[in-house]
Every structure is written in structure tokens, then in C-alpha cells.
Design a protein around this ligand. Structure first.
Ligand code: MG
Ligand code: MG
Length: 255
């Protein structure tokens, strides 16, 4: 698939989707609390999508690795789950680490973003893990400029993760974003600086570091979606959709 570059006008047209996705994540950070059911969070987001006239990227999503249409509008991954968590009938408990991932289309353009948080009383290890994914994302965005390459983004993520004491799994990473949720290029969460696709103005990508506390191995639940750490340790995930420009990258999903 060719890499599609967006004009400045198109990037402006992508802003409403980014702002909507950001507003949903902000609402989720406010709503997620001890005793709140994952299905209620999904229902809340469903209502926001309807009110905004947006389209869910998830509800009909049926990729090769998944188990048929996703059927929900939000990914909710709790504790040792880290990616693609299918919302189920579960009330959040004190100290749970919740990762939410959301993508939607507004005016024909997609944005994709994720964050992790702790409900109730946090463990220090969880806050450190979340902070590492956020620092990795910030470091990756910082290098997303013309003159750099995809490998520089990947290397920035890997460096932050290792410095914080975590190993990196590269089975799932970032991706091009445009009219659909997933396009080229793939943006690995580790790699060699100076390698890969040169970054050019108009490249719009989701960057999404995720880390597990004590392993880089994963396994999938019988639901065919939810991805967990192989050893039961907790995971965290941070994602923004960004546009490479002539100078500063634009964080379309900035909150
Ligand atoms: Mg996402
Ligand atoms: Mg993504």
C-alpha cells in the first residue's frame, strides 16, 4: 500500500476527529471509578458517538487476528490485559489499572488514541509503568519531524522503555491513520534509529507504546481479542494520532 501524505488542508479537516477522540478519553478518565462497569463505559462512549454524529472504527472491526466483529465501541483492558480488551460485565475495583483505547471517524477522517489510568488507590509500580508509556510516547512525538525516519520513532520508544527497566514487545505497534483506522506505515515500538521510511510533512500516524511490567510476552483470551501479559503482570498503553509537518508535529488527539 502506498504511503498517503495529507495536505495542510486535509490535516485541518482531521482535527475534529482528533478533538472528538480526545474528548471521549477525557470523559472516560472522569467516569472510570471504583464500582463502574466496563459495559457502562462502553455505553457512555456509544452515546457520545451518536450525539456527535461520529462513526465507531471498532464495532464492525474484524481483522485477521480477531474473532469476528468487535461489537463494542471501546477497548477496555484491565490489569494484566493491555490491548484490545473487549468490554465485559465487570465492575472496576480499587487499584485496577485500566487502559482505554478509542478510535472514531468524524467527517470521514479517523483518529485513534489510548491512555491508562488507575481507579481508586494506585500502586507505585502501576504509576511508574503508565508514566513510562507516556514518556515513550512524548519522546517518539518529539522526533516525528522531517529529516527523521520511522526507525527514529521506534528507537525513541525502545530507549525510554529500557531505561525505565521494561522490555519491549513489537508484535503490535503504531500505524498510518487516515480515512480508515489502520494503514501503512507500520510504526514498531522498537527499532534502529536512522532506518525505515523517511518522515515527510503530511504523514499522519498513530504512535502507541505499550509496556508490560515484567515480561514482553503476551497471550490472547478465549474471546479472541483481549491481549494479556503472559506472566500476569500489568500493562499500560499510551497513544496519540499525530501529523508530521514542516516543523512541530501536530498532536491531533491532544487532550
Ligand atoms: Mg488505538
Ligand atoms: Mg492504534
Amino acid at each position: 500500500m502506498p504511503i498517503e501524505l495529507r495536505t495542510p488542508k486535509q490535516i485541518d479537516e482531521m482535527r475534529p476527529a482528533g478533538q472528538f477522540v480526545a474528548s471521549v478519553l477525557t470523559a472516560l478518565t472522569e467516569a472510570a471509578d471504583v464500582g463502574v462497569n466496563l459495559l457502562d463505559l462502553d455505553a457512555m462512549v456509544h452515546a457520545m458517538i451518536k450525539e456527535r454524529g461520529a462513526e465507531s472504527c471498532y464495532i464492525d472491526y474484524a481483522p485477521s487476528f480477531g474473532n469476528g466483529p468487535f461489537g463494542k465501541v471501546l477497548c477496555t483492558s484491565v490489569n494484566d490485559a493491555v490491548l484490545h480488551g473487549l468490554p465485559f460485565d465487570y465492575a472496576l475495583k480499587d487499584g485496577d489499572l485500566l487502559s482505554v483505547d478509542f478510535a472514531a471517524s468524524v467527517d470521514g477522517w479517523v483518529s485513534d488514541s489510548a491512555l491508562s489510568l488507575v481507579v481508586g488507590t494506585p500502586r507505585d509500580e502501576d504509576l511508574q509503568l503508565i508514566a513510562a508509556t507516556e514518556r515513550a510516547l512524548a519522546a517518539a512525538i518529539e522526533v516525528a519531524r522531517p529529516g527523521k525516519r520511522i526507525g527514529d520513532i521506534s528507537a525513541a520508544i525502545g530507549a525510554v522503555a529500557r531505561e525505565a527497566g521494561y522490555s519491549v514487545n513489537t508484535q503490535f505497534g503504531g500505524h498510518g491513520v487516515g480515512r480508515t483506522m489502520h494503514g501503512d506505515p507500520h510504526v514498531p515500538n522498537d527499532g534502529r534509529a536512522g532506518r525505515g521510511l523517511p518522515l515527510r510533512p503530511g504523514l499522519v500516524i498513530a504512535i502507541e507504546p505499550w509496556l508490560l511490567e515484567t515480561t514482553d510476552e503476551i497471550r490472547m483470551d478465549p474471546d479472541g481479542w483481549t491481549i494479556r501479559s503472559a506472566d500476569g503482570s500489568r500493562g499500560a498503553h499510551s497513544e496519540h494520532t499525530i501529523a508530521v509537518t514542516m516543523d512541530e508535529p501536530i498532536v491531533l488527539t491532544a487532550r
